[in-house]
Design a binder for this molecule. Sequence first.
Ligand SMILES: Nc1nc2[nH]cnc2c(=O)[nH]1
Length: 477
Amino acid sequence: MKAVQTADVEVTKTVDDYSFDRVPEEKRNMGWFSVTNITFGIATAIFYFQMGSVMALQFGAINAIISAIYAIIVAGILGTVISYLSAKSGMNVNLMSRSGFGYIGASLTSLIYASNFIMYCAFEGMILVAAVHAFFPSIPVWLLIIVFGTIIIPLNWFGIKQLDKLQKWSLPIFAIFLIVTIIVAWNKTSLYEGSFWTYMPEGVQIGGSALLLCIGMQHGIMGLTALLGSDYARFLKPKDLKLGSVMIGFIPQIFCFGVMGGLGIWFGVRLGESNPGVYIVTLLGLGGVLFTLLTQLRINVTNIYSASLSLSNFFENVFHFKPGRRFWVVVAGVVSMGLMLGGILDHLSAAMTFQGVFLMTWAAILVTDALVVKKLMKIVPEGYEAKQEKLFKWNPVGVAPLVIASILGTIAALGYMGTFLQSTASFFAAVLASILTVIVAKATNGQYYYKESAVRKAKKEKEPRSSNSEGREAESY
Ligand SMILES: Nc1nc2[nH]cnc2c(=O)[nH]1
């Protein structure tokens, strides 16, 4: 019996991506460079070209640049704190949320997070399908969807190590394609005669509503870029904790919003076209199709990886159903193919708006919980716990601010509270959520974080006051 158990443990260990609990210290063996490199899979998406090009052509290059600086700073700070907490605890945001939101509360965040990655996977997949179809119109779209939708499943089979290798080997190829694209575009006569950063469409000014609209576009994606480092940062070597957290927090943001977004501005202004699917293929021909193939596969393996972790987490938490991460890789891949085949992506813009607000709000609550509720106010001890038996189902400290701020923020982001709040909704939702987190934590005295400390607190209230040492079980992360 013992041998069978040992074998079982071995099997789980080789396959396990630590979906249900912290990465043990002996498995935190990735250097900051490897971890940052994996997050680069996201940063190299041509989606960021598109954001830069659209913003520059509609609202002026300088407004696009200012909004990119804002995005780098805000998402970089949130991303750094979240990466630090993940690296220190060995947990991703799904697991870290279990104590602050309760384990059922955290399963809701996991489900929304998973659905977000699946939708993004379909969205990125369609960019690829459109580029290939434009070049090879005789290949039917449905066939391209099935081929490119299926290919990312085996690319996700072996978890984090496989992701690391894929991103490492494909990065130099990406760099070559990028440099060639820049050289070819440089050699084309620019449609705009001035310096690219001076481009301003008629009737648009620096700042004001044009800048706010750019910031609103950045808000749609900033929460996600801040949160997703946590799936990988938890594998960081302890000795890389501080430097690594800053690198994982900032470098992808600098690359997404600064380098890729900046190039998008430049391409857009120079070529007078906002769709990179069009201009990359125009510039490089078949090479452009291959370039798109590379960027989209790089991003979609990370989308499916994060979706599979979140789905594992949700189903284990709510239904105790643990078929293994690979099962969820297949499910995420198939659902995203279904979204593409069903042509439903065009009808998901309200859902995407909600998710943009929700993810920024969630990130803000995690950061406030760690820095203010735990570190500054010491309402609960620092650290995290993921075991259901030690947790409450719901913790209002995380859930109430998330629900209130996400609902109000989404209503504002959809334009029902005026144009100023439409563009700034995510920011204000995040600020509101942070304030509410502190208020609810103080009001509940942190009693819904850990069952044991609640019992101890109740006992202590009956006893005369002596020391202030309650609830230390999660202190060591
Ligand atoms: N994680 C993730 N981030 C993105 N940023 C832009 N597109 C994507 C995407 O598909 N996935």
